[in-house]
Design a protein around this ligand. Structure first.
Ligand code: COA
Length: 373
């Protein structure tokens, strides 16, 4: 595949941002109050306090949006308190998906009749079945089919490549949504990870590259995916828990039924893997790394992104070249690179080339080379 022949087009994107934001200070106040109580009750197993300064320096995160704030900041709960909805109501994940999808549909001036397939690509699904994508498809009144896919933080990149494939099997346009309720899988009593994630939903509409792309649209020149097994980011919650008598124990602050990672190892192993993947992907498409005008990278860690961008470009990237949204949004898993793209795709000249890249648990990584319309 050469860079000249687009394989599909990003017609529009959409974003749903939850109403509540939690600052590092608020989060740490709750965590440290809990640690004080824990240490008084468990003097033989003391825990260290957290600090807003560490969080910002180690990750670049200053705040995160969440669906619900009070439950997270309540030291007797330390997890969001979300309502149970009946089977005849729109589920929470589907509602986020619908809101982001409507935003994307409006921006591309597309209605339900223009879309043939819905992908729900995210790190966690609210239930086992029916698929979230089918519920979203139904709520939007879209004919055709929908299915869910989970490749953790790389889900959106995998979703874009899947959408490109679906176009070749007859779908006219594909809607991909990334509803991420990361606050429900964080362990807010884990000092290493309590600050990492936020909630959000993004949407991308992918169609064929017919005629000239309009300004704000991007031709997809090529996609590439990679997975390498690693236990360094893992969440062991699953449907076998009742059968294996390992249902989450809320009295255990070190539970493995929530997000757990070896952050240092992830940093060391994922940075070279992703930089190499993007560089090789560009080289195979005869695109010099230093000619890239923008890199919309997964938003997990600012230092990681600076290193990856430097390796690919051969020099430090400016904030314009490698936009940052994790300061306000934190890590929003698969949605992060799409939020960056959604908010920071202006200012490019027609023909400028950029890369969207998501990476995370699996390990999994995806690279999408796009050209501005
Ligand atoms: N508050 C204060 N200090 C903390 C802390 C906290 N919340 N958490 C850890 N520390 C301390 C550690 O105890 C350690 O102290 P020591 O040097 O005295 O032992 C020090 O800070 C460094 O800890 P470390 O875990 O090595 O930090 P780090 O610089 O690796 O940063 C991450 C931690 C998680 C921010 C970073 O590793 C990271 O972002 N990794 C990649 C994560 C990622 O992309 N995940 C993808 C998920 S999809």
């Amino acid at each position: 595949m050469t860079a000249d022949a687009p394989i599909a087009r990003i017609l529009s994107t959409g974003l749903y941002t939850p109403p509540h934001s939690i600052s590092n200070e608020e989060l740490v106040t709750t965590y440290n109050a809990w640690v004080e109580r824990w240490n008084a009750e468990n003097p033989d197993r003391p825990k260290e306090p957290s600090s807003p300064g560490f969080i910002e320096k180690a990750s670049g995160i200053k705040a995160r949006y969440v669906l619900e704030k009070d439950g997270i900041l309540d030291i007797d709960r330390m997890r969001p308190k979300l309502p149970v909805r009946g089977n005849d109501e729109l589920s929470i994940m589907a509602e986020m998906g619908v809101l982001a999808a409507r935003d994307a549909m409006k921006r591309a001036d597309l209605g339900p009749d223009d879309i043939d397939a819905v992908l729900c690509a995210a790190s966690n699904m609210q239930r086992q079945y029916p698929a979230m994508a089918v519920e979203i498809q139904n709520a939007l009144d879209i004919d055709g089919y929908g299915f869910d896919m989970n490749v953790a933080c790389a889900s959106a990149a995998f979703g874009i490549q899947t959408a490109v494939g679906l176009l070749s099997t007859g779908a006219r346009r594909v809607l991909m949504v990334n509803p991420e309720i990361c606050s429900a899988h964080i362990n807010f009593r884990d000092r290493d990870g309590h600050f990492i994630f936020g909630d959000v939903c993004t949407a991308v509409i992918i169609g064929p590259a017919e005629g000239e792309p309009a300004p704000g649209q991007f031709d997809i020149l090529d996609t590439r995916l990679k997975t390498v097994m690693s236990n360094n980011i893992r969440n062991n919650m699953g449907f076998l828990d009742p059968a294996t008598d390992t249902v989450i124990d809320w009295d255990d602050p070190d539970t493995d039924k929530l997000f757990k990672q070896n952050g240092r190892s992830v940093f060391k192993e994922v940075v070279p893997m992703v930089a190499e993947m993007i560089s090789t992907h560009l080289a195979d498409n005869q695109i010099p790394g230093d000619s890239l005008k923008r890199m919309w990278l997964h938003q997990a860690n600012l230092n990681m992104n600076e290193l990856i961008a430097k390796k690919v470009l051969g020099r430090e990237a400016t904030r314009e070249e490698s936009p940052v949204v994790l300061d306000d949004y934190a890590n929003t898993s698969s949605a992060g690179s799409i939020i960056a793209f959604h908010k920071h795709h202006d200012g490019l000249a027609k023909g400028d080339i950029g890369v969207i890249s998501g990476f995370g648990a699996g390990y999994s990584a995806g690279s999408v080379i796009v050209r501005a319309g």
